[in-house]
Design a protein around this ligand. Structure first.
Ligand code: PEP
Ligand code: MN
Length: 345
């Protein structure tokens, strides 16, 4: 931690700052410049909080040397992590291809869509049983019935399944049926939910909030990691932009930026990022070119009948075509699509 003192700091104030540092059992290094005096603090940064230091009279600025997300940072873990979702690996050369409808819907349709995305090479099946909707009157998801159906579909095709959990009280139930727990953009900073998914040992797909900075996202991942659950995959799904031409603004730079800061795998979700099927293929490929460890895409066989997010769904054939292109592209980077597990159970 580096403390920059105000230009008009008094000797008494400097003394006071040094005494506070000593009281914490830390060492200090005072450096008097022509215009500014700075204090370097040597020792365990964990004993320090930037905020109280900032409140000491005479202190202008406090600059932490290490990022506040210790467990998520590359310093803590210099090698890229691999998250294992019931046998499907994501990260460090292993590509997660997540596909499926926005919501879990009727049975035949679920089996149809799963069969098709599975044939195209998807290795994780998605579908929301609990839907966070803007309107309380919109379809809220099939709940537990949806979870059971999703599990059945996953078992039939031997594909691990990912589904959103919207409430800390539902974590245990969702974890019973799903291989991976999704924390959606609207719940990224639901700290009670993050703590609960952290206690569960299920892998977590943490989506970036629509107004969240990368630091915010990594701090939310830290909540999960700090509970002992190290299986976290981050997802860039677009942030609020000023132009309603796309549903959100796809922040493709987030992918290499997160890789520069964290060991956690990062995937992209061009479906929610753009909200437009005509833009999804280009953005999916752009995400992979930027180094994404996976792609999350909504697929529906009859978008006009979809219970949610129909307008942004790719048709199964469109997904098949894109999946072929994605598989070709990642060969360039020496990455492979993690195969389906031999047998799930
Ligand atoms: C979803 O995956 O269907 C979803 C609601 O995503 P997000 O939280 O990114 O909006
Ligand atoms: Mn959706």
């Amino acid at each position: 931690m580096i403390v920059i003192l105000q230009s008009n700091v008094t000797e008494e104030q400097i003394d006071h700052v040094l005494r506070r540092i000593e009281a914490l059992g830390l060492q200090h290094h005072l450096s008097r410049g022509t215009f500014r005096t700075i204090v370097g603090i040597i020792g365990d940064e964990e004993k320090l909080q930037a905020e109280p230091l900032h409140a000491i009279p005479g202190v202008a600025q406090v600059i932490p040397v290490l990022p506040p997300y210790k467990l998520a940072s590359l310093e803590a873990h210099p090698e890229p992590s691999i998250v294992d979702v019931s046998g499907v690996k994501i990260g460090n050369g292993h590509l997660g291809m997540i596909a499926g409808p926005c919501s879990v819907e009727d049975r035949d349709r679920m089996f149809r869509i799963a069969e098709s995305v599975c044939e195209s090479g998807a290795n994780l099946f998605r579908g929301g049983a609990y839907k966070p909707r803007t309107s309380p009157y919109a379809f809220q998801g099939l709940g537990e019935t949806g979870l059971k159906l999703l599990r059945e579909v996953g078992d039939k095709f031997n594909m691990p399944v990912v589904t959103e959990v919207t409430d800390p009280r539902l974590v245990e139930l969702v974890a019973e049926h799903a291989d991976m727990l999704q924390v959606g953009a609207r719940n990224m900073q639901n700290f009670a939910l993050l703590t609960e998914v952290g206690k569960s040992q299920r892998p977590v797909l943490l989506k970036r909030g629509m107004s969240a900075t990368i630091t915010d996202l990594l701090m939310c991942a830290e909540y999960i990691l700090s509970q002992g659950n190290m299986n976290v995959v981050l997802c860039e799904r677009g942030v609020k932009g000023f132009d309603s031409a796309t549903r959100n603004l796809f922040d493709v730079a987030a992918v290499p930026l997160i890789h520069n800061l964290s060991h956690l795998p990062v995937i992209v979700d061009p479906s929610h990022a753009t909200g437009r099927p005509d833009l999804i293929p280009a953005c999916a490929l752009a995400g992979l070119a930027a180094g994404a460890d996976g792609v999350h895409i909504e697929v529906h066989d009859c978008p006009e009948e979809a219970k949610s997010d129909g307008p942004q769904a790719l048709l199964p054939d469109q997904y098949r075509q894109l999946a072929d292109q994605m598989k070709e592209l990642v060969k360039l980077f020496g990455k492979t699509v993690s195969p389906l597990p031999e047998k799930m159970g």
